[in-house]
Design a protein around this ligand. Structure first.
Ligand code: HEC
Length: 140
């Protein structure tokens, strides 16, 4: 009897450890891909270090906007944004062009990368969450 429970306990621990590792591996993949996409599509405005540029391009580093608006961040990458927004108490009001050709996976990778870089620490945005988010903000 006690032997039975011991095995059960070992199996359960192994199982939890395994899925945690799988999540970590996926996070690392999203993060690495997201970094490449960021350098390609975003760094010319927001800078490689996420610091932004004066009053023109808002910072992504330590951004309370990214922390508080996870869904809106996915939407503005895809469809752009024209409205005024506030990042860490500073107002910005210059349109950001969207990139409609970004795939759902690329949006998830970018969102995961920026939410976990330069002092930001947020959840991983999984590709399965993206369709519902962009459906909600599709301007068409
Ligand atoms: C042509 C310059 C430009 C490019 C390229 C660009 N952005 Fe932006 N971004 C802006 C501007 C300008 C704003 C402020 C928009 C406003 O005031 O409505 C902004 C706002 C943001 C915000 C919300 C505010 C903040 O700082 O937290 C995020 C997040 C963001 N951009 C991420 C990205 C990501 C990720 C990419 C690449 C996929 C990207 N941007 C590409 C210019 C740009």
């Amino acid at each position: 009897m006690s032997r039975h429970w011991l095995w059960c306990g070992l199996l359960c621990v192994g199982c939890v450890g395994g899925s945690q590792r799988q999540t970590d591996v996926q996070f690392q993949q999203y993060y690495a891909e997201g970094e490449g996409l960021y350098l390609q599509h975003c760094a010319n405005c927001h800078q490689t270090n996420g610091a932004g540029l004066g009053r023109v391009y808002p910072p992504l580093a330590n951004s309370d906007y990214i922390k508080d608006n996870a869904a809106a961040v996915v939407c503005l990458m895809k469809y752009g944004i024209k409205d005024e927004l506030v990042v860490n108490g500073v107002r910005y009001n210059k349109p950001m062009p969207g990139i409609p050709t970004l795939t759902n996976l690329e949006l998830a990778e970018l969102a995961t990368y920026i939410a976990n870089s330069w002092g930001n620490s947020g959840p991983m945005v999984h590709v399965s969450a993206v369709p519902a988010i962009i459906e909600d903000c599709n301007p068409q």
